[in-house]
Design a protein around this ligand. Structure first.
Ligand code: IMP
Ligand code: MG
Length: 179
């Protein structure tokens, strides 16, 4: 359903990042990563599903050779609606021992999801482990995350689009908007 007055989908608020703004920042991140990883043949790991558009645009902005893999997680939702523990539902295909791993996330909020994944990967002895997140929402941070590359800082608001969902809706929007 479309809101006929604004030509935006129902439930969508203010557009915070247009396609052009996202493209420009993602290209900058890709250039930065390309400079930092010359000769390192990094393994770029995306966390599904929210990362899909960011990851595909970022990879196309990276000019050094990379390998690509994905992890997927699901979170048990507690009765109160609070975020529950994380469970790995898809693991990497190959070992990361001796590899330079670059983790790609859509949003870091409390940091609990990513700290679980980072702990899980650290014990597999990668040569290095860095994090690139499109959005950083520092206000609710519980677990400290070593964030090497950050697209944008966000206030404590829920946003959707460009891969980010609300209950699986709105992922397909090419821009990022408030809910
Ligand atoms: P954290 O574990 O609290 O850091 O939550 C991170 C995960 O929550 C992200 O990977 C997203 O899947 C989801 N998330 C956090 N904030 C938002 C948002 O504003 N929009 C959509 N998903 C979000
Ligand atoms: Mg996510």
């Amino acid at each position: 359903m479309t809101d006929p007055l604004r030509n935006l989908p129902a439930g969508i608020g203010r557009v915070l990042f247009t396609e052009a703004a996202l493209r420009q920042r993602v290209n900058e991140l890709g250039a930065q990563i390309s400079r930092d990883y010359i000769g390192l043949d990094p393994l770029v790991v995306g966390v599904l599903k929210g990362v899909m558009f960011f990851m595909s645009d970022l990879l196309r902005a990276i000019t050094v050779p990379v390998s690509v893999d994905f992890m997927a997680i699901s979170r048990y939702q507690s009765g109160s609606g609070a975020k529950g523990p994380v469970r790995l539902t898809k693991d990497l295909e190959d070992p990361v021992e001796g590899r330079h791993v670059l983790f790609i996330e859509d949003v870091i909020d409390t940091g609990l999801t990513l700290s679980y994944l980072l702990r899980n990967l650290r014990v597999r002895d990668p040569l290095s482990l860095e994090v690139c997140a499109l959005f950083d929402k520092p206000q609710q941070r519980i677990a400290q995350i070593p964030l090497r590359y950050r697209g944008f800082e966000l206030p404590d608001r829920f946003v959707v689009g460009y891969g980010l969902d609300y209950r699986e809706a709105y992922r397909h929007l090419p821009y990022v908007a408030e809910l």
